[in-house]
Design a protein around this ligand. Sequence first.
Ligand code: 5AD
Ligand code: SF4
Length: 477
Amino acid sequence: MEKTIDESIQGSATMLNTNLAAEKFSNGKKLYLESYGCQMNFSDSEIVASILTDKGFSTTRNAEEADVILMNTCSIRENAEQRVRNKLSQYNKRKKQNPSLVIGVLGCMAERLKDSLLEQEKLVDLVAGPDSYRDLPNLIEEVESGQKAVNVLLSREETYADISPVRLGSGGVTAFISIMRGCDNMCSFCVVPFTRGRERSRDPKSIVQEASDLFDQGYREVTLLGQNVDSYKWNITKKGEIINPDEPVVTFANLMEKVALVNPDLRIRFSTSHPKDMIDDVLHVMAKYENICDYIHLPVQSGNTEVLKKMNRGYTREWYMNRIDAIKRIIPEAAISTDIITGFCGETDEQHKDTLTLMSEVGYDFAYMFFYSERPKTLAERKFEDDIPEATKKQRLYEVQELQAELSLASNKKAVGKTYKVLIEGISKRSDEEVYGRNSQNVTTIFAKDDYKPGDYVNVKITDYTSATLRGIAVKA
Ligand code: 5AD
Ligand code: SF4
C-alpha cells in the first residue's frame, strides 16, 4: 500500500465524488463516496462506484443530499484512522435528522476494526472489506431492512478484473489501473498484509484492454498500481511452477511492455516498486519505450542495514544502492523518489544518520516521509518495543524533511534550461491563463495556456523552479 505513494497517503483526505450523467437506470438513490489513503484506495472507490451505479445509484458531490455515505478508509498510521473517526461522527449527527441515511466504512479500517465499528463504536451501519465490494448492493439492502451489515472476508482470487471502473474526478487525462491486490511481504511495521490480504495478480488481458479503452476515451496516462508491482506474475506460481503450458508467462516487465504498446501517446507510470524484487528487466523495458515515464518510486524506509532487517524489508543498504546504481546506469534521466520512516523501534542516532547519508548519496528527487506509528497485530508490535520518544521521532522526521527539501530544490534547479515533454492535466488553480501538467520525471510544470488543452503533449523549456514545481515556456515545433 505504498505510494502508493502519494500525497494522499501522507495525509490529506480527498473527496472522490462526481455526478454521472448517463446512468443505465436509476433507483433514485444518491451515493457519496469519500476516499482516504493510497492510490489503491482511490482506484477501489472507482470499482465501488461502478458496482453501485450498475445497480441504479447515482453519485453526488454533496454529502447533504446523499442516501448512502461510504468512506473508503486507510489504517496505515494511527492519525489516518483518527481523521476518519472524526468525519464519521460528523455524518452521524446528520443521521439524527435523517434516520434512513446509510453510513458505511470500506477499505483497511473496515478490515482491521470489523464489527467494533458497528457494535462498540456505533459509528456505522455497514462495514465492507477490500475484497467484498461486489456484495455492497446486498449489504446496503440489509441495512435498509433494518439490520447492520458486515462482509470482511478476504479472498485469494478477487481482482475485480471484469469491472470497468467509473472514473471519478480525474479530469479525463490520467487514470489508475489496478494490476494486483494484497501483499505477501510482511514488512514488520505494516498493517497492509492484514487488511488487504494475500497477493494476487490480475489477468493481463483485462489490464491491456482497460488501458486501450482508456486511450480510446481520451486518457493519455495510466498508472499501474500494486503494493509490490515487481512481483506481478501471471500463469506462474510463487514457487515458479507454470500453470498453463499453452499460455505465456507474464512478468511485470512483460506486462509493462504490453501496455506501452497500446499506443505511443499513452504514458505509463507504475507504483510501487520493491527494492528486493526490482530487477534490471523492468529498467530495460523502461529505457526501451519513450512512453514509459522516467520515474521510479523505490521506498527505502531506512538507510541502515540493521534497521532494515528489523523492518523485514529483505535487503541491505548495499543491495539498495546497487539497485539505485542500476537505475542511474540504465535510465540516466530517471527521477527517483522514496518513502522513509523515522524513529522505528530501537533506532539509534547513528542509524538515523545512515538514513540521512543514504538520502544524500541517492540524491532523491522526491520523498514521502513519516514517523513510525505502531500498528496493532504487526510483527513490530509483537516483537519490538516502540521505544523512541515521540519528540525524537518528530525531530528525526524534521531533519529528513529539511534534507529532502534541499535535495528536491537541487534536483529542480538542474532542470532549468532543459526542455521536457509535458502532458497537460488542467488549468492552473492560480491563473486561468496558465496550464499545468507533469514531465516524464513526475514534476509538476506550469506554463502559458495559449491554445493548449488538457490531454495535449507540449515541449516546455524550463525557466524557473521551486522545490515543488517547474515553470517554463512552450517550445513550438
Ligand atoms: N508507520 C509509519 N509509516 C508507515 N508506512 C507504512 N506503515 C507505517 C507505519 N506503521 C509508510 C511506509 C510505506 C508508506 C506507504 O507508508 O513508508 O512505504
Ligand atoms: Fe508495502 Fe511492505 Fe506494507 Fe507490503 S508489507 S504494503 S511491501 S510496506
